[in-house]
Design a protein around this ligand. Structure first.
Ligand SMILES: Cc1cc2nc3c(=O)[nH]c(=O)nc-3n(C[C@H](O)[C@H](O)[C@H](O)COP(=O)(O)OP(=O)(O)OC[C@H]3O[C@@H](n4cnc5c(N)ncnc54)[C@H](O)[C@@H]3O)c2cc1C
Length: 412
């Protein structure tokens, strides 16, 4: 058995740590904290099984001028960051072809179709099965044009095996009476489900890891030392060092800087999203609801209603534009009549996104004792348990039914 240092204790890192610990390895997690406040604390909480159609879609380059001009649109590119993001963005746009879109969706489907079972096994293992609510997600369309804009993505997802049912707006209201009754139509995404509290999930995974003897070192990794081809130690910002036989890089968007230090540059950008937690909101929503036109979703967490979404391409040091979070809350009132929004807490998260929307899972040929588990974009919560199973499987030489080559860190 090996000593393994997992760098990053967000949902992906701590899931990997638990799976490796279960195989008998001696695992240390390096995490600056606060626990659970990586990208997942701003998330919409979905186990998004059908979220397989990449963000890069045909015709994307044509839309960029509009994004630059409309800073409050659901999808935007900050003008001040445009030059810095450009090299990544051109790679991203190069995937916006029909054939690439299908190939990426097929690869993502192989992962997401395993996600629910892996997630259920994980939360059963830590004794918190109630953290998952298995109810379909409802995607609402304002009018026929709104529905038509989503048609290609929905058809592709259906074609690849996702269970999607068309209903009228009135039927959506019957399924969840909190939703306004006058929507044109909706899609019921039958394979999806949601987590009642992503921050609690990450902290419960940490508790289980610690209770089983795992060590969490509070600190930020900044550098690595080598012995020949192998990495021997990770250095922390306060000068401490942590030795291990093996290293797992799972620091979300911060994996980019760490991978540069390791000489395996990963192409990850932090795609900003916002979430507002509304407490005492006067609405009893039972499902996750997506408002297609607004580009956001609403999930009834245990202690608050989360209104989360938007896609903002901006450099990693860009400050939050809270107006974007406030616009989502305004739109949420359209979806949920009577919604009260006076007790609101705003959050921002950076989704670690690769140009081909595929996560990065597995070893690099250039560094025999380093494994990457990052770049999950809009699917980190969904795929954390599956990623952990695959990473532990690779360490153990266990066969899995998922080919990891499309997710290799060496593909960039
Ligand atoms: C608005 C929004 C909605 C979303 N909705 C969903 C959804 O419905 N479903 C879904 O599946 N996903 C969703 N996501 C995406 C999901 O939140 C991310 O993919 C996921 O959180 C990534 O997990 P991670 O562990 O890789 O990164 P993070 O959660 O960011 O964790 C990285 C960890 O690394 C730590 N770290 C940073 N630097 C260092 C360092 N130098 N050394 C050591 N550790 C370090 C951080 O403190 C952090 O804890 C959403 C994201 C946003 C922003």
């Amino acid at each position: 058995m090996a000593s393994i240092a997992v760098v990053g204790g967000g949902v992906v890192g701590i899931s990997c740590a638990l799976a490796l610990q279960a195989d008998g390895h001696e695992v240390t997690v390096i995490e600056p904290g606060p626990i659970g406040e990586g990208a997942s604390w701003a998330s919409c909480g979905c186990i998004a099984v059908g979220e397989i159609v990449p963000l890069s879609q045909p015709g994307m380059l044509m839309k960029v001028p509009g994004w630059l001009l409309r800073p409050q649109a659901p999808l935007t590119l900050r003008p001040a960051s445009a030059l810095r993001v450009l090299p990544w963005f051109l790679r991203f746009a190069a995937n916006a072809r029909q054939s690439r879109m299908r190939a990426i969706a097929e690869d993502l489907a192989r992962l997401t179709f395993a996600a629910t079972e892996d997630f259920k096994a994980q939360i059963a293992d830590i004794g918190r099965p109630e953290l998952l609510v298995e109810r379909p997600v409802i995607k609402l369309f304002e009018d026929a044009q709104d529905r038509a804009l989503m048609a290609a993505a929905l058809d592709l997802a259906r074609d690849l095996g996702c269970r999607i049912e068309d209903v009228t707006g009135a039927e959506a209201h019957e399924i969840d009476p909190a939703i306004a009754s006058d929507f044109h139509s909706a899609a019921l995404l039958r394979d999806w489900s949601f987590v009642t509290d992503p921050v609690l999930l990450v902290s419960e995974l940490h508790n289980a890891f610690r209770n089983r003897g795992g060590q969490v070192v509070s600190g930020a990794a900044v550098e690595f030392d080598r012995k020949g081809q192998m990495i021997s130690t990770v250095r922390l910002s306060d000068g401490r060092v942590c030795e291990a036989d093996e290293f797992v890089i799972a620091a979300g968007i911060h994996s980019r800087r760490l991978s540069d230090r390791l000489g395996v540059p990963l192409k990850i950008e932090g795609v900003i999203g916002y979430s507002t937690a509304l407490r005492d909101c006067n609405v009893d929503l039972g499902h996750t609801v997506f408002y297609a036109k607004g580009g956001f979703g609403m999930t009834p967490y245990e202690d608050a209603l989360a209104v989360a979404g938007t896609i903002e391409f901006a450099s990693s040091d860009a400050k939050p534009n809270w107006k974007r979070a406030d616009i989502l809350v305004d739109h949420a009132r359209r979806v949920l009549p009577g919604l009260r929004t006076d007790r609101a807490e705003r959050r921002m998260g950076r989704r670690p996104l690769t140009p081909d929307t595929r996560p990065i899972i597995g070893r690099s040929k250039r560094l025999p004792n380093v494994t990457f588990a990052t770049g999950h974009g809009q699917l980190g919560l969904t795929l954390a348990a599956t990623t952990a199973r695959l990473v532990a499987g690779e360490f153990a030489g266990r066969a899995t039914n998922i080919d990891l080559s499309p997710f290799s860190p060496d593909r960039f």
